[in-house]
Design a protein. Structure first.
Length: 247
């Protein structure tokens, strides 16, 4: 009996990754535009969802002055000031995924929007950086939620039990340095109520007060260059009446 051995030879192109997409070494980095606001940085570990696990996340987002950065590793973050780690006033800072972050133009503050799920549960936190100190601004989430609930409160009954849906709150962009923030409050797209409706709020970040309320049309017309894919999709599905209704 004759045994024939056939050898198959192949050549990899220079720099071609080994392994299937999604394996280590073949994962494109994250850090692209945010889903809420394109001027924010998306804190996903990789732009390929197959290897975007939070466990592999290691992203630095530099402030405009390039002297300061927020460093996100897995589910923790800290600020690096000229190479030194600086933590917020609490002992540790958590951030889940999806999440996005934007520095203020003066490199003295940043906001972080994040959730444990892709549809609902988004909240926004604001932090100021002065010297080697990091401190949280006053909370804006409860303020905006209470105001939004005046006209868009979502309550329903299921099997005799009353439920209240929590809306999403996201930062869109800084206005006038770090003194103001344009924030978005959105009814989750899977809501039992006015799904996908959103309104804009111009917030004084120093005293946590509402300066102005914007309709979806106002947001798109005045800040369209900053609007991310999520809000664009919401806006396309709104009725004309919803587009011109303020929160």
């Amino acid at each position: 009996m004759r045994v024939i051995i056939v050898l198959f030879l192949f050549t990899l192109a220079p720099g071609a990754p080994l392994g299937a997409p999604g394996q280590a070494g073949a994962c494109p980095p994250g850090g692209g535009p945010g889903q809420w606001g394109v001027t924010a940085t998306n804190l996903v570990a990789s732009s390929d969802w197959r290897c975007a696990s939070q466990d592999s996340r290691d992203i630095r987002v530099y402030a405009p002055d390039h002297d300061i950065a927020v460093h996100v590793v897995r589910d923790r973050w800290w600020v690096e000031v000229r190479g030194r780690k600086v933590y917020p006033t609490r002992s540790a800072a958590n951030v889940s995924t999806p999440a996005e972050l934007e520095w203020a133009p003066g490199s003295d503050a940043f906001f972080m929007t994040w959730s444990d799920g892709s549809i609902r549960g988004f909240r926004t936190e604001l932090y100021g950086v002065e010297g080697e100190q990091v401190a949280a601004f006053r909370d804006i989430n409860n303020l905006l939620q209470r105001d939004f609930d005046v006209h868009h409160k979502c309550e329903y009954f299921d099997k005799g039990k009353k439920y209240k849906e929590q809306d999403n709150i996201a930062g869109l962009r800084w206005v006038d340095g770090s003194s103001k923030l344009l924030a978005i409050v959105e009814v989750p797209p899977d809501s039992s109520c006015d799904r996908g409706y959103f309104g804009g709020y111009l917030v004084d970040t120093k005293v946590s007060s509402i300066l102005d309320r914007l309709t979806p049309e106002d947001v798109v017309q005045r800040f369209g260059k900053a609007v991310g894919q999520r809000l664009k999709a919401d806006y396309e599905d709104l009725t004309y009446k919803e587009k011109v209704t303020a929160p």
